[in-house]
Design a binder for this molecule. Sequence first.
Ligand code: CP
Ligand code: NVA
Length: 299
Amino acid sequence: MSVETTDLLDVDDLTAAELETVLDRAAAIKAGEDDTDLSRRTLAMVFEKPSTRTRTSFETAMTRLGGHAIFLGPDDIHLGRGEPVKDTARALAGYADAIMARLFDHADAAELAAYADVPVVNGLTDDAHPCQTLADLLTIREAFGGFDDVTVAWIGDGNNVAQSFVLGAALADLECTVTTPPSYGVDAGVMDRAAELGTAPTVVDDPETAVADADVVYTDVWVSMGEEDVREEKLSAFEGYQVNADLLAGHDAKVMHCLPAHRGEEITDDVIESDRELIWQQAENRLHAQAGLLVELLD
Ligand code: CP
Ligand code: NVA
């Protein structure tokens, strides 16, 4: 089967079968078994926030597939100085075959998709990071051979990366446990969407309980892009949620992190540098997962 959705604003724009199709296509591309050609195709990449992985992996994916990607940072286009999203959408769609956008407001990504008549892919908003989830699921599938009997403990902030992961886990039928400080949990609407897909995550009160049965412990920064003004407040709220050697002692769980990592805050250096980490495989898989997505959307 092929993917019918035209946009990926969050991972549940895909059905469970479509998610599997994208992951299979990603795996085939990674293995050198799929030589789909996207020559003469252009991806416009709109960034309101910084990026190391998303920008580089999308751009590299388009190059390897024979196409081209254009980086449009906040100082490069008029979006950064007040041109409406809906105007940007229609203009870019007149040139590019697809648009990838990293924006603050998720509603802006939805508006971009509504006005662009080419596929729009969310490269992270304050609420969602579906491309990260595709890479995460590819990594877990590679590490464990599938999703059956795998439990992932999410420890930390319940915002964009966590929210898409919870939805992806529900679609993939992957067991997921979530622990966040009070007031930083996964949005209730996202929990409802996960439940409708089949498997809402189990919410537990503390990291120790979350880690108890975990095969993978996954965390993200405590201070997300754009939250610098509430840094002190968040550091104090997240005390006790650090993924460190003490928390993991006696467990053989692997560790995932979407990156960038803030060593000494949500995770310690020794954990990142230990043989528990799946982090660099996860980062590399952004490239393959997005290549799989691009060919499904554009081929
Ligand atoms: N994980 C992730 O999206 O990384 P970047 O912010 O570097 O793109
Ligand atoms: N939650 C983080 C994810 C970075 C990839 C942020 O939004 O900054």
